[in-house]
Write a protein that binds this ligand. Structure first.
Ligand code: ZN
Length: 201
C-alpha cells in the first residue's frame, strides 16, 4: 500500500509554500484529517495499522485517542482490532476522561492518534490512563512526522520526541519534511509567498 499516494489522493498531503504552526516554512504540509474524509480509506489505513500491531503480538483491551485529532483513527483502529474505543479530551487545558468512559485496573491500552509529531497529546493521554490504573502497551498513529522512532523504520528518535521510551510505536508512514526559518527559507528567497494551510478555503 502506497501511504503517501493515499494522502496525496485525499488532498491530505499539500505541496506549495506553507507557514507551520511553529512559524517555520515548509514546501509540504500534512492536513491529516483530510485522509479520513472517506470512511473506506480510514478503514483501509486502520486495517493496515492493526495488521502491524497484531504481527508484533501486541494485545490490548482498548484503544484510547486524544480528542479531537485522534478520535476517528482510534475508532477505526479499535474496529479493526475488534476491541473497545474510548477518548480523552482537554477541559480547561487539562486532558481528562469524561462522558462515563471507565478504565479498569490492569486494562491494556493502545494510545492512537491520526499523526504523531512530538507525541505530546499521546503522552497526556497516557498519563490519564496510567493515573486510573490502566497500562499503555503501544502507541499508534497513521502518520509519523519523523521525530520519534517507530517499529519497522530506520528513523532515530530525536530530541523533540516525548513518547515514553520502551513503549512500542506503530505508524504506517514517515512524513519528514524539511523546515526552514522564514529568514532562511529558499522558497521565500525565490520570491514566493508562504500561506497558512487551510487559509485558501
Ligand atoms: Zn518561506
Amino acid at each position: 500500500m502506497n501511504i503517501e499516494q493515499i494522502y496525496k489522493d485525499a488532498g491530505a498531503l499539500l505541496e506549495g509554500h506553507f507557514i507551520l504552526s511553529s512559524g517555520n516554512h515548509s514546501s509540504r504540509y500534512l492536513q491529516s484529517a483530510k485522509v479520513l474524509e472517506d470512511p473506506a480509506v480510514a478503514q483501509k489505513l486502520a486495517g493496515a495499522l492493526a495488521h502491524m500491531i497484531r504481527n508484533a503480538q501486541i494485545e490490548a483491551h482498548t484503544v484510547c485517542a486524544p480528542a479531537l485529532g485522534g478520535v476517528l483513527a482510534g475508532y477505526e483502529l479499535a474496529r479493526a482490532l475488534e476491541i473497545r474505543s474510548i477518548f480523552v479530551e482537554r477541559k480547561e487545558g487539562v486532558m481528562q476522561l469524561r462522558r462515563g468512559f471507565e478504565v479498569k485496573a490492569g486494562e491494556k491500552f493502545i494510545i492512537c492518534e491520526d499523526i504523531i509529531t512530538t507525541g505530546g497529546s499521546a503522552m497526556e493521554a497516557l498519563e490519564v490512563i496510567e493515573s486510573l490504573g490502566g497500562e499503555v502497551v503501544a502507541f499508534a498513529s497513521l502518520a509519523n512526522r519523523g521525530f520519534c522512532s517507530r517499529v519497522g523504520s530506520p528513523i532515530q528518535t530525536k530530541q523533540e520526541c516525548k513518547l515514553k521510551a520502551g513503549v512500542a510505536f506503530f505508524a504506517l508512514e514517515d512524513f519528514e519534511f524539511e523546515m526552514y526559518s522564514p529568514d532562511q527559507c529558499p522558497l521565500c528567497q525565490a520570491g514566493s509567498e508562504a500561506i497558512k494551510p487551510g487559509s485558501r478555503n
